[in-house]
Ligand binder design. Structure first.
Ligand code: HEM
Length: 212
């Protein structure tokens, strides 16, 4: 891939398209009978989709040898965090009886267990977002940065559980996400096991983490 800057631009712009569409539809009162719920569901889905895209980058790179794809991993991850924050803010600010009320939000979380799982996933994404810059990668050092960023596996698992728990009848979609996630994590497990012991021990060595 010669023009990485153009590819970066494409990923950046396309990641923002769902937000622009959502904002446009909201401004036109086109979000249906329950616009707040529609916005929560849409941003929740986007969070999960971007998490999955983040996890797709490494297997695709390794299978195809398209190492240039690494540039997109951070952007996908940051979009996942961004949509996750938006998802939470819409819930916190627009869906509760008393908007922006911490006690109200906490009592909801204890009542509805899937919210508890969701907030845990979102909080776990904070250190990942904060340490996503090149400066932070240098500061932490490769091994520690890579160890910390394995948290994304847990975040994705919690995201799928959160989705599964809140679905009332048709669980096919959350199960489809669970299947994709199993493949993505299974691939990592298998390729780790296939490495010779020395390579496993040094797996935490610094690598080029993004095309930035
Ligand atoms: C990584 C974090 C999270 C992910 C991946 C995620 C993902 C999702 C998904 C996929 C849905 C269902 C979308 C659909 O049915 O189309 C959803 C629904 C929902 N999520 Fe999250 N979520 C996360 C965090 C949170 C947090 C922090 C909260 C609030 C504390 C939250 C509150 C909700 C609510 C209220 C719904 C709608 C439930 C309903 O209307 O039945 N989520 N989320």
């Amino acid at each position: 891939m010669k023009d990485i800057r153009f590819a970066k631009f494409l990923v950046l712009v396309n990641g923002g398209v769902p937000l622009a569409l959502l904002a446009w539809d909201a401004s036109q009162h086109q979000l249906g009978a329950n616009p707040v719920n529609f916005a929560i569901l849409t941003t929740g889905m986007l969070t999960l989709v971007f998490l999955m895209l983040t996890l797709c980058v490494t297997p695709i790179r390794k299978i195809t040898g398209w190492n240039w794809l690494i540039f997109s991993r951070r952007t996908f991850g940051l979009y996942a965090f961004f949509y996750g924050c938006l998802h939470f803010l819409i819930f916190f600010g627009l869906s509760l009886d008393r908007p922006f009320s911490v006690p109200n939000a906490l009592s909801e979380m204890f009542k509805r267990k899937y919210l508890f799982v969701g907030i845990t996933a979102l909080l776990l994404m904070v250190p990942l977002a904060v340490t996503s810059t090149n400066a932070m990668i240098k500061r932490l050092g490769g091994p520690r940065w890579r160890a910390l960023h394995r948290l994304v596996y847990l975040v994705a698992i919690l995201g799928v559980i959160h989705y599964y728990m809140q679905v009332k009848i048709d669980v096919r979609m959350p199960l489809a996400f669970a299947a994709v996630l199993t493949i993505l994590l299974g691939y990592r497990l298998i390729s780790f096991r296939r490495r010779p012991p020395l390579a496993q021990a040094t797996a935490a060595k610094p690598k080029i983490l993004s095309g930035a």
